[in-house]
Design a binder for this molecule. Structure first.
Ligand code: NAD
Ligand code: GLY
Length: 370
């Protein structure tokens, strides 16, 4: 298939259709400086930006200047950076800062950062004063293609990822693709895991495009990145519009590779493996389980492994042992009636949810992929 590369890097808008909770995702280079895009969504001439110690020195000033020039009075809260800070204690720091600054019910919270800042700020917005307006300004690839869209907000508990949170949609998502230029290569690859996930779960054409364009993405080609963000957001928006609160089983498919990935993250300790890395290794386990159940063949597994490798992602999970994987997966949010639900593949681009997985298939897949 011929490479499809976006025509330009001018702003694209993807719509998340959720009736009264609908919102736009703006994607383009230099959007941080274009305050008008953000300001139109603020209900008050005041906002509080939440960021972290890595992102703030790079982008906070630009955003504050743009908003201030547009007449918005801005407060900021800078949190320590990293998955290990996505917890109650850091959340409380945000509440204290908002109270210190007398932030009101109409003062929007703006999450400027990766998925950790987005998830934590979103949960703060869902609960501070029983709910305040919220805008996502994602700065990692993972956050631009996945976590900033769809309204899942949460903090981690020591026993598991994202175990306490809320569905709370933002008013808008502003993805400035220029911010991706400062991402460490390992973080870029982690984001590519979620990009590959969309192709694998529901979009064969996109998977083929990724096979054609992976090197361009790894080299930060602006057109390729803009297209990957747009197509990923279109996929996510469609799924979220169909099943906002993960009730019909459609949204659960976005968790392809995550059941195993979350087990890796929580067992090794948050921050040891990046979320996207754990998802990559988890998608290989999901593919191997599918192969064990004769749903896909070895050549299909190899296609998946090769694309992940070209994205510089791990394809072997840590050897934690089957029982530890099983124990950690028992706390997964998809457990229903005590049964773990898995997302498996019938083909590339065709994922499905099932609780009907023989223990032997699971054990063989985990043992051979770790
Ligand atoms: P992250 O937020 O920890 O960001 C990764 C690192 O990159 C951090 O150190 C951050 O400070 C730094 N960084 C961010 N932007 C940067 C930039 N432009 N240049 C340089 N450094 C930058 O991690 P992440 O991968 O963005 O997000 C992972 C989190 O997202 C996990 O907690 C995961 O559970 C969550 N998540 C949520 C959803 C959802 O639907 N809500 C979906 C997927 C993942
Ligand atoms: N990242 C999974 C979801 O948004 O549902």
């Amino acid at each position: 298939m011929a490479p499809i590369v976006a025509q330009s890097t001018t702003m694209q808008t993807v719509h998340v259709a959720l009736a009264e909770r609908s919102y736009p995702i703006y994607i383009g280079e230099g959007l941080l400086e274009n305050a008008a895009v953000l300001v139109q969504h603020l209900p008050q001439k005041r906002a509080a930006i939440v960021s972290d110690t890595t992102v703030a020195p790079l982008y906070l000033d630009t955003l504050v200047k743009a908003l201030t020039a547009a007449g918005i009075s801005v407060t900021s809260v800078v949190l320590p950076s990293g998955e290990q800070y996505k917890d109650w204690r850091t959340l409380n720091t945000v509440f204290e800062a908002l109270l210190d600054q007398h932030c009101e019910r109409k003062t929007a919270l703006i999450a400027l950062g990766g998925g950790v800042i987005g998830d934590l700020t979103g949960f703060a917005a869902a609960t501070y004063l029983r709910g305040v307006p919220f805008v996502q300004v994602p700065t990692t690839l993972l956050a631009q293609v996945d976590s900033s869209v769809g309204g899942k907000t949460a903090v981690n508990l020591p026993r598991g990822k994202n175990l306490v949170g809320a569905f709370y949609q933002p008013l808008a998502v502003i993805a400035d693709t220029a911010t991706l230029k400062t991402l460490p290569p390992r973080e870029l690859s982690a984001g590519l895991a979620e990009v590959i996930k969309y192709g694998l779960m529901r979009d064969t054409t996109f998977f083929e495009w990724l096979e054609e364009n992976m090197e361009a993405l790894v080299a930060l080609d602006a057109n390729a990145l803009a297209y990957a963000v747009q197509r990923s957001c279109e996929n996510k928006a469609a799924v979220v519009a169909a099943d906002e609160r993960e009730e019909s089983g459609q949204r659960a498919l976005l968790n392809l590779g995550h059941t195993f990935g979350h087990a890796i993250e929580s067992t090794l300790g948050y921050g040891s493996w990046l979320h996207g890395e754990a998802v990559a290794a988890g998608m290989v386990i999901a593919a191997r389980v599918s192969q064990q159940m004769a749903l896909i063949d070895e050549a299909t597994v190899q296609r998946i492994v090769q694309l992940l490798e070209r994205a510089r992602l791990p394809t072997k999970a840590p050897a934690l042992g089957f029982e530890r994987y099983l124990g950690a997966m028992g706390l997964d949010k998809k457990v229903e009636g005590g049964k773990i639900h898995f997302i498996l593949l019938r083909a590339i681009g065709d994922a499905f949810l099932t609780a009907d997985v023989p223990r032997s298939a699971l054990a063989a897949a985990i043992n051979s992929s770790s």
